[in-house]
Design a protein around this ligand. Sequence first.
Ligand code: GLC
Length: 460
Amino acid sequence: MESDIYETAWQKLLDSIIYYEDRPVGTVAALDTEGEAVNYDQCFIRDFVPSALIFLIKGKTEIVRFFLLQTLKLQIKETQLDFLEPGRGLMPASFKVVYVDEEEYLKADFGDRAIGRVTPVDSCLWWLFLLRAYVIATEQYCLAHSPEFQKGIRLIMELCLSARFDMYPTLLVPDGSSMIDRRMGIDGHPLEIQSLFYSALLTARQLLIPDRENFKILKAVENRLEPLAAHIRHHYWLDIERLNIIYRYKGEEYGEEALNQFNIYSNSIPYAQLSEWLPEAGGYLVGNLGPSKLDCRFFSLGNLMAILSSLTTKKQSQAIMNVIEQKWEDLIGYMPMKICFPALKNRDWEVLTGCDPKNRPWSYHNGGNWPVLLWMLAAAAQKTNRIEIAQKAIEIAARRLKTDEWAEYYDGKNGRLIGKEARKYQTWTIASFLCAKEILDNPQNMKIVSFDFNDLVECS
Ligand code: GLC
């Protein structure tokens, strides 16, 4: 029975592989045969991450290498003069194999066809994450050190680090620019992007050769790491102690000495609910920070990736795991795990989602449960030595995923309902489940997903 579910999952994963020039190049988002494909027949960069990880773990490294090579070719390399094209360095959200006059080529979507025309900021950050995982798993540093890859990494860093209209060390992005690719009030400096940005900076520092060409960009990377970590660890952190401080904040403070630097009005944060909800030994990184804005929603991906990239301190990482353990019903429930908590309701839902019916309260991105988050939960649990959390979560997922035909997401406050519009045979659900199990069973696999404190030079 046990092994049966893993065998089925593996088979389904193999079925989802896309071929280009007769070689495996990625996996489709979903193999659902019921609904209209829309763009679920494409390979999304973010969706491919758990697939790539499990392929690397199982020694099927060729597909990951070819994916990295081909997606690198799709990256925007030149600045367009009419400035209507996406920026240099951007990676597509997704691609598919198309045929023109019997010739194959890869057609990329940079958000220019996607619903809502959302910018896939996370793609280039995930791409770097995968490149690092690949070189560590295969020890083929030469791939990352080749001129094309060095240029690709440099372009991503230049795009992220270019001068902007912004005063913060975090990355300023539009709404819907990552896994939550619909309007959800996450424009500005959302946590998910910051965690991925931090891991991308660490990766660039590890993989860029310190030569004359990279000198300037390496310096810019180095200069950004510390302020970014300090900013997030302090200003995004919320525990009872911080809540007490924010609750008594004074507004309208001017100058360097201001305590309430972002002019947060405590009435804007749900301190009554938070003072009941937050466990005594718990804490987490809030979802977003801006002028008079502190978004106190708990976003799982950002918090888990912050643990994996060591953006959070060891103490903070433990506190996040405490929240997950003690708020189990809210954050895990019947399917690991909630994408964000709590859901936006009433007027907040109307204003922040634009009345999006797919993102009704406790559905889809607005408080739905997403099995893809399982691999990150398992890895964060492994890193913080809280493996019982991973074990329990995998058991819960194993009870339902196969019967529910590997649903994309779940609805309801406790994640008990299969998502109203969820695809079946969603590839990242399948891959994440397999990946979580491998990470739990073999801590050695952590080396491809986790960044150590002071993780400086890994390859020469
Ligand atoms: C949805 C998700 C997005 C994912 C895509 C393909 O749009 O929000 O994160 O990449 O589906 O699975």
